[in-house]
Ligand binder design. Structure first.
Ligand code: ADP
Ligand code: MG
Length: 579
């Protein structure tokens, strides 16, 4: 029974399995390990995931959606054609695609997975991730923190480690800092902090805004009025950002309002130093979580033995300089920062399966946020409601179970409403409401009847709450549910049925769709003559896909591929092919 290890990223997702005593990454239909977390709904209603959808984002942004991990745990949804989808639904499409890649690789069905989440994800976001797994037909054996997964990979390969490490994970949309101690294959997470709205995509957005400013335009206006122009410019900025790793200067042209590039028009150039200057405010935001993680771990920067970098955005030159400066050491990046998390998820899967290759590894994690309930405080002769009372403090090792005793505030109070919050604020309103639990049956009597509240936090970072009334021993136990996100089985059934009706673009043909979307987005970059040529070849290729004549199809495909590579746009290594 194989358990998949899945890194469900904001930008890219990966899948790995534990095979022959080590983690192995699973290739997509395009032979790549990274599957862009992009979903497209084609005009005929078919759902397309990954590279082909990412290319479509440039020419048909209205059919595509990305970055949906950012609204995990919220009620937001997005309209794609006639249907609307929530973040767990969209994530389930990505998971489905990874699952089918794994099944193709293994030659048998799989139904279980470990899925990673940013360490700083709250309870609602974790539950939404688990729900996405279920919608994709995967039983989620464990939800684990991304930096913890990265640490597992380091711990797995470096068996003699005995160090205090800081893992810095900057992906496309989230930022996590984790401090841990590794000692003879025992990994102990000490503290974890982060920001769930900071990632590489913000660096791209900021670059796009600054480039537009150079052209005398305002980012918000362009985004709103000319989505094709904006989508193309963002694509240009994204690849320019990556190019800055190798070149000192990049030049960026302004696409027209239909998203086409005119090579005869002047472009602006951006120097690496100018880019770094633009990024300063974002870099500055990295320090707060870093300092908090250090404070919680009771450590000085100088006591860290190593700093490990994880996540694609940690490749940025300006970020490495910034961290080297601030942390007084050169951060390490021994493994591919895109891949370590998925590999760690596969190692976690091996731990769950009790695979002999990892039997000497032990790992403990912490909960990233404080959990507690709302109470009233007796101040100035009266009870004032709305205060937050912690039950489990942040960075407590999990799994953990803690109990606290509370008292009723009114005489003859027969029921209590236990409202559960997550966060660091003194007042409950400043924290995130996770859910509530009503308990009745308190015997009549004076104020001050005691009852116990027990919080149990499982290894996936998901909470269960139990309330026991002192004298009667009556208890209510529940995996708490948020009043708004609480779904009954009928509602879940409805979602499952909606998803069952969806047609997914056939896996065997997805490579052709990718080639087509790749060529389509290239059209906008080409001058008239070449554009006509490519257009003609695409028409023939598209026609051949419909006809079902294998010889005709193969010939059309080869002609298109040959044209692309002879004009300097080879399909596999194209400018927007992966990151
Ligand atoms: P996630 O885990 O959130 O899906 P990844 O770890 O895959 O994200 O990182 C994706 C982010 O990394 C993107 O914002 C991308 O622009 C950025 N990135 C990847 N390579 C580079 C590079 N060479 N320079 C700058 N940013 C990069
Ligand atoms: Mg990631």
């Amino acid at each position: 029974m194989t358990i998949l290890g899945i890194d469900l990223g904001t930008t890219n997702s990966l899948c790995a399995i534990f095979e022959k005593e080590r983690p192995v990454l699973i290739p997509s239909p395009h032979g790549r390990f990274l599957t862009p977390s992009v979903v497209a709904r084609l005009d005929d209603g078919q759902i397309l995931v990954g590279d082909a959808a990412k290319e479509l984002r440039i020419t048909k942004p209205e059919c595509c959606v990305s970055r949906f991990k950012r609204w995990m745990g919220t009620q937001e949804s997005v309209q794609l054609g006639k249907q609307s989808f929530t973040a767990p639904e969209l994530s389930s499409f990505v998971l489905r695609s990874l699952k089918s890649d794994a099944e193709k690789y293994l030659g048998h069905p799989v139904s279980k997975a470990v899925i990673t989440v940013p360490a700083y994800f709250n309870d609602l976001q974790r539950r939404a991730t688990r729900f996405a797994g279920e919608l994709a037909g995967l039983e989620v054996a464990r939800v684990i923190n991304e930096p913890t997964a990265a640490a597992l990979t380091y711990g797995f390969y470096d068996r003699d480690l005995r160090k205090k490490l800081m893992v810095i994970d900057l992906g496309g949309g989230t930022f996590d800092v984790t401090i841990m101690e590794v000692f003879e294959r025992m990994l102990e997470i000490i503290s974890s902090s982060g920001e769930s709205m900071l990632g590489g995509e913000d660096f791209t957005d900021r670059m796009a805004a600054n480039v537009l400013m150079k052209y005398g335009l305002q980012s918000e206006v362009v985004e709103h009025k000319h989505p094709l122009q904006f989508a193309r410019l963002k694509q240009k900025c994204e690849s320019a950002k990556l190019q800055l790793l190798a070149s000192e200067t990049v030049s960026i042209g302004l696409p027209d309002e239909n998203g086409n590039m005119d090579p005869t028009k002047p472009s602006v150039s951006v120097h690496r130093e100018e880019f770094a200057k633009w990024m300063e405010p974002l870099l500055g935001r990295l320090m707060r979580p870093i300092e908090r993680a250090l404070r919680d771990a009771n450590l000085e920067v100088s006591q860290l033995d190593e700093v490990l970098l994880v996540g694609g955005a940690t490749r940025m030159d300006c970020l490495r300089h910034f961290l080297t400066d601030q942390l007084q050491r050169t951060p390490l990046c021994e493994y591919n920062p895109d891949e370590v998390v998925a590999m760690g998820a596969a190692i976690q899967a091996a731990l769950i399966e009790e695979n002999a290759a990892v039997e000497d590894m032990v790992m403990t994690d912490v909960c990233p946020h404080t959990l507690g309930i709302e109470i009233s405080k007796y101040l100035g002769g009266q009870f004032l409601p709305g205060y937050f009372e912690p039950v489990i403090h942040r960075n407590t090792t999990i799994p953990v179970s803690k109990e606290k005793t509370f008292e009723t505030v009114a005489a003859n109070q027969t029921e209590v409403l236990v409202r559960v919050f997550q966060g660091e604020g003194r007042r409950s309103a400043d924290n995130l409401l996770l859910g509530e639990l009503k308990v009745d049956g308190i015997p009549l009597g004076p104020a001050g009847t005691s009852f116990d509240v027990r919080f149990s936090y499982d290894p996936s970072g998901i909470l269960e709450v139990e309330v026991v009334i002192g004298k009667t021993g009556k208890s209510r136990r529940a995996v708490i549910a948020h009043p708004e996100t609480k779904m009954d089985t009928a509602q879940i059934d409805l979602i499952v049925r909606k998803l069952q009706q969806i047609k997914f673009y056939p896996r065997d043909l997805v490579e052709n769709q990718f080639l087509l979307s790749y060529s389509e987005q290239l059209l906008g970059d080409l001058p008239g003559g070449l554009r006509e040529e490519l257009n003609g070849l695409m028409d023939v290729f598209e026609d051949s896909m419909r006809r079902g004549d294998p010889d005709y199809f193969e010939q059309a495909k080869q002609q298109l591929l040959f044209w692309l590579s002879s004009r300097g746009f080879p399909f596999d290594g194209g400018p927007s092919a992966g990151t």
